[in-house]
Design a protein around this ligand. Structure first.
Ligand SMILES: [Zn+2]
Length: 415
């Protein structure tokens, strides 16, 4: 039976968003946490961009057995790079990085061909460039390559079928349907995706934006239609829905919708790899990393997602939680009481010294072998704080301790 997997694009679409950004260390921790949640692929960034190269190579190294103490740190998730569908870009990306998976993107709509490319390319040119980029990626050693039709929702369906078919014949592994402007609705999405899946017979990725508040609904409707047409589906998500303009489809909301909505929940489309119990930890890490609070009414992970005050609701929830809660807070990794230190706090930062750092690491039950080991980790923690401009989290401290060489590599930015 076809299944729905998730391809998270927080480290690409999320990070390219106006006014917000992530350090290379934060992007790495996000890849690691997405892996723990059972996400199929993380689109980790831009292998063509010079300042991404050390980070990308370091993260690919984290998927290998010999990466650090009990490697690999990143166990199942594929790490992919986004690139324009240009063979020349792919070649440079492959010279610069060890990225093993590509998503190759080109605009397909009449609007963009006329007004973005200014009429320079015909439909045939678009297909030829995409095919050349797939061939270049595969010849250069890429394990998988997906082809992305930018503005697919405003593209003639006949041309989209032709585009995806040509991609498949050139060796592409997935076709990404980009609702770049958030223009689709669940009905239009389901109809178009069912036709594409039947005609092209290849796995389809949904990439939906939220300009009409429909990103989650469209992503799920499209993915289910794809599965019903006999093909595996993938949903592009971001953590907390952050992304260009009004954002992308939120990862946790998509999983919840497919697990608990009236019809989809019973049809059991979601891959068994997803571990929803990691959701709360991931959502809060990403919120802090971006410096963007989670809305209190965010599905699953918002402060009010399981809060009741009004008399009838509180009474009902206390008698039986399923009177007013559709799913259990424990299933999202919630329920732990968080203690906030109101007395002395020692944080790890750019100006930390040896004894403060030792104290912080002792709180995590991690000790140093000797003075030299302590100095090495201290230097990296100071550097990490410079990158993050915030006290280091326990995940970041743990990672630096266990994978110091790779931490040093990814925090070294060369241009
Ligand atoms: Zn996008």
């Amino acid at each position: 039976m076809p299944k729905i997997e998730f391809i998270d694009v927080t480290n690409r679409d999320g990070e390219q968003t106006a006014r917000i950004s992530l350090s290379k260390l934060q992007k790495t921790i996000i890849n690691w946490l997405l892996d723990q949640m059972g996400v199929y692929q993380s689109e980790m960034g831009f292998p063509l961009t010079a300042h991404e190269a050390n980070y990308i190579n370091a993260n690919v190294a984290l998927t290998k057995q010999d990466c650090c103490d009990n490697g690999p740190l990143i166990k199942r998730i594929q790490l992919s790079g986004w690139s324009r569908a240009l063979a020349s870009d792919v070649k440079i990306a492959q010279e610069r990085t060890n990225v093993e998976h590509f998503n190759l993107s080109i605009s397909t709509s009449e609007q963009m061909l006329q007004w973005k490319f200014q009429g320079k390319f015909t439909n045939e040119d678009i297909i030829r460039m995409m095919v050349d980029s797939v061939v270049a990626a595969k010849e250069g050693g890429a394990i998988t390559a997906g082809v992305n039709a930018e503005d697919a929702s405003r593209t003639d369906l006949g041309f989209l079928i032709e585009f995806a078919q040509a991609g498949k014949e050139a060796g592409a592994d997935r076709f990404r349907y980009c609702d770049t402007l958030g223009y689709d609705d669940p009905d239009s999405t389901a109809e178009r995706i069912a036709t594409l899946a039947k005609e092209v017979q290849m796995p389809i990725e949904m990439h939906c934006h939220n300009d009409l508040g429909l990103a989650v609904a469209n992503s799920c409707a499209g993915a289910v239609a794809c599965c019903k047409a006999g093909q595996d589906a993938y949903i592009n998500t971001t953590v907390n829905g952050l992304g260009e303009r009004a954002g992308n489809a939120d990862l946790v909301s998509c999983v919840l919708a497919l697990k608990y909505a009236a019809k989809w929940g019973n049809e059991n489309w979601v891959t068994g790899a997803i571990d929803l119990s990691q959701a709360w930890k991931l959502a809060y890490y990403v919120s802090n990393a971006f410096g963007v609070p989670i809305p209190i009414n965010q599905p699953g992970v918002g402060d009010n997602a399981f809060a009741h005050e009004s008399g009838i609701h509180a009474d009902g929830a206390l008698k039986d939680r399923h009177n007013y809660e559709l799913y259990d807070f424990e299933s999202l990794g919630r329920g732990e009481i968080i203690h906030t230190q109101t007395g002395r706090v020692i944080t790890a930062g750019a100006h930390s010294g040896a004894s403060g750092l030792e104290y912080v690491y002792n709180q995590l039950d991690l000790g140093f072998r000797d003075e030299e080991h302590k100095r090495e980790i201290l230097k990296l923690a100071q550097l990490a704080n410079l990158h993050n401009q915030a006290p280091l989290t326990k995940e970041e401290l743990w990672f630096i301790y266990h994978c110091p060489d790779i931490a040093a590599q990814l925090m070294t930015v060369t241009v």
